[in-house]
Ligand binder design. Structure first.
Ligand SMILES: C[S@@+](CC[C@H](N)C(=O)[O-])C[C@H]1O[C@@H](n2cnc3c(N)ncnc32)[C@H](O)[C@@H]1O
Length: 238
């Protein structure tokens, strides 16, 4: 039995995350994404350099989803799963084969599996991952519940539309998507989507993007998020 218990990366992880020091922003913000991950680390890249932001936002998503009806037999899709801030809780919770993660940057998932998922949980639960920026959900046979936590906070309207439109194609009538966004009217960055720059939208703009992609939206708003992102639930329009 002892042979199946291993502590891969645990010590390296502690060393990595006990320091909250970040290099100055101007040194890394314009690097290509894989270089940025190397420069600031897999937690900081997703905005989780502080334990409150890493464990707090992970635990919040997990408790929220269970409170909304997620059960271990459901097929769950983590859109932009990053370095498994949510996966560290949901992969152990879900039945084998029920966790699907899409993430643009493979290095984040690799770091999550290596440094955040403990023991042999990943071998037992067999999560499925896919990578790319084009919101190709063809690796997901079906999903009951999906979450996009702090993804649309980094995307242009065009990319949000692409994500919602492609996801609608693989949704079944009972599928639900929860997503967060920064509510506001502050001018958004110029240029393409960027994982370390922030975009804000009004609920009205979000509702319109949701409707145009074939979903019905239900604004939930405040769910206690550590960075005050608001929540929306959407379901396929019949
Ligand atoms: C703020 S992080 C949030 C990650 C994760 N949802 C969490 O709660 O930790 C945003 C993530 O979106 C990913 N991302 C950005 N654009 C993407 C795209 N087009 N497709 C998939 N993932 C994307 C980034 O690589 C990053 O991991």
């Amino acid at each position: 039995m002892a042979g199946r218990v291993f502590f891969h990366g645990a010590l390296a992880n502690m060393a990595n995350t006990q320091s909250n020091k970040m290099p100055p922003r101007e040194e890394w913000i314009d690097l290509p994404a894989p270089e940025r991950i190397k420069a600031i680390g897999h937690r900081a890249y997703v905005g989780g350099q502080l334990p409150k932001m890493w464990y707090g936002i992970g635990r919040r998503q997990y408790h929220f989803l269970v409170s909304q009806g997620l059960r271990s037999h459901h097929a769950f899709l983590d859109i932009a799963c990053g370095s498994l801030r949510l996966g560290q809780f949901l992969i152990p919770f879900l039945d084998e084969g029920n966790y699907y993660g899409l993430e643009a940057e493979p290095a984040l998932v690799e770091a999550g599996l290596r440094e955040e998922i403990l023991f042999d949980i990943a071998e037992i639960k067999r999560p499925t991952f896919s990578h790319g920026y084009d919101f190709d959900f063809s690796f997901v046979p079906r999903f009951d519940i999906a979450m996009a936590q702090s993804l649309f906070t980094h995307l242009t309207e065009e990319d949000i539309q692409l994500c919602l439109t492609n996801l609608r194609k693989v949704a079944v009538p009972d599928s639900q998507l929860f997503f967060t966004f920064f509510q506001g009217t502050f001018p958004n960055p110029d240029g393409p989507s960027h994982a370390n720059k922030g975009w804000q939208y009004t609920p009205e703009v979000m509702q319109s993007l949701v409707r145009d992609a074939g979903w019905d939206g239900d604004y939930i708003g405040n769910w206690g998020h550590e960075r005050k992102q608001v929540m929306m639930r959407v379901s396929p329009r019949a």
